[in-house]
Design a protein around this ligand. Structure first.
Ligand SMILES: Cc1ncc(COP(=O)(O)O)c(C=O)c1O
Length: 400
């Protein structure tokens, strides 16, 4: 009789984790409010504006400017920071492709550097080594919601006169020391795409403390409009990246609920971390003391040797079969993706990135945030599933 669900045994869980995204009467009322108002565009209504103010305050930033995606937020923020066409921007090699394609789409060249082995966030010493005469900006990514080490990055940026744009697409409410992320650097971009902890299906926001950068971002997101009463006066080469009022209204409802959900995820992440202690070959990413995490993903560094050297994808399939929302995550570093294959078409450059490549290939296993939105027992099931697969990997080692 098999034990593992992947080999025909009984799954560890027979109930589902909470579904995502979540919407309730508050979102319905918000949608109806916009529907009835007739102001469906943020050019006329006040939902997006109100959300911008609340979210900027939540992230300890002076200004917030919504866009129709997180990627648009990053592209427009780069433009507003004045990064020149052809300049180099230092980007971590373990991130979603949009961090890098945003750099290319604003006309600059991503330079991929390796990440820290314990956090998978950009490694400041490697950034220092990669700075050259063409470098104009650094893009730390708060991967999974875990804050990148901003103090040394800001010190480097200051020393070399570089801009810092935080890719905070996964980091709503994450804090680095005593400050929320996003506007620690010159600006930051967040995503509200459907899988995200704060979502309107799609959407993004730039936060910044710099009023001039904010005004430029607002214009770039609104067809380059000049800040005059004349609607058809266009000062900059912008586009239509506006968020709708429906999205703004949903986000207001989501943000009201967010602090409670963040607290629950944080508690459950702590239970799960405790439960994983002592399980050989499974180690959560390190959250340095004094920082806080949004827990978009609960990410573990796994040693496949402790699982009979099955592949990462078989391990993840076995966890999924037990009822855990596990994922292999990024399967290649951005520069290994076909889009970056030919630097004469899509320009990029990379340093040696053995840690990022290992994370993609064999080490990083993700569990998605809904696993942290149930009970303490639900969270602990993640550790139990790993232990179960570890005890019985011989049942599936022949599946490869
Ligand atoms: C790290 C990172 N950067 C950028 C983005 C782009 O955001 P969006 O999908 O809203 O364009 C995402 C979204 O998945 C992301 O995870």
């Amino acid at each position: 009789m098999a034990n593992l669900a992947l080999a025909g045994g009984t799954p560890l869980r027979d109930t589902l984790y909470p579904s995502w995204p979540q919407g309730g009467p508050e979102e319905l009322a918000a949608l109806e409010r916009v529907l009835q108002s007739g102001n469906w565009s943020s050019s006329y209504g006040s939902e997006v504006r109100t959300f911008e103010e609340s979210f900027a305050a939540y992230q300890d930033a002076r200004q917030g400017i919504c866009e129709n995606s997180g990627e648009a937020a990053l592209i427009l923020a780069f433009k507003a920071l004045g990064v020149s066409p052809g300049a180099e921007v230092i980007v971590p090699a373990y991130t979603f492709v949009a961090s890098a394609t945003a750099v290319v789409q604003m006309g600059a060249v991503p330079v991929f550097v390796d990440v820290d082995a314990d956090t998978y966030c950009i490694a400041p010493d490697v950034v220092a080594a990669a700075i050259g005469p063409q470098t104009e900006a650094i893009m730390p990514v708060h991967f999974a919601g875990l804050p990148a080490d901003m103090d040394p990055i800001m010190a480097l940026a200051q020393r070399h006169g570089l801009a810092v744009l935080e890719d905070a697409a996964q980091a709503w409410g994450s804090r680095y020391r005593d400050r929320a992320v996003g506007a620690i650097g010159d600006a930051g971009g967040f995503s509200f795409q459907a899988s995200k902890n704060l979502t309107a299906g799609e959407g993004g926001i730039i936060v910044t403390d710099d009023a001039e950068v904010a005004a430029t971002c607002r214009s770039l997101a609104d067809c380059g409009r000049a800040a005059t009463a004349q609607r058809y006066s266009h000062a900059l080469l912008g586009g239509n990246h506006r968020m709708t009022e429906f999205q703004g209204a949903i986000l207001r409802a989501q943000l009201d609920r967010y602090p409670g959900q963040l607290e629950l995820r944080t508690l459950n992440a702590a239970f799960l971390t405790e439960e994983l202690r002592g399980l050989p070959g499974v180690e959560p990413l390190a959250l340095p003391a004094g920082h806080s995490h949004s827990w978009h993903l609960f990410v573990m560094r796994v040693s496949l040797r402790e699982f009979g050297d099955i592949s990462k994808s078989t391990l993840v399939k076995a966890l999924v079969a037990e009822g855990i929302p596990a994922a292999v995550g990024y399967s290649e570093a951005p520069y290994q993706q076909p889009v970056f294959e030919d630097a004469s078409i899509v320009p990029s450059r990379h340093e040696a990135c053995p840690i990022a490549e290992r994370a993609c290939e064999s080490e990083a296993v993700w569990v998605r945030h809904p696993a942290l939105l149930g009970s303490e027992e639900d969270a602990r099931d993640v550790a139990r599933a790993f232990a179960k697969v570890q005890a019985h990997y011989h049942e599936i080692s022949t599946f490869e």
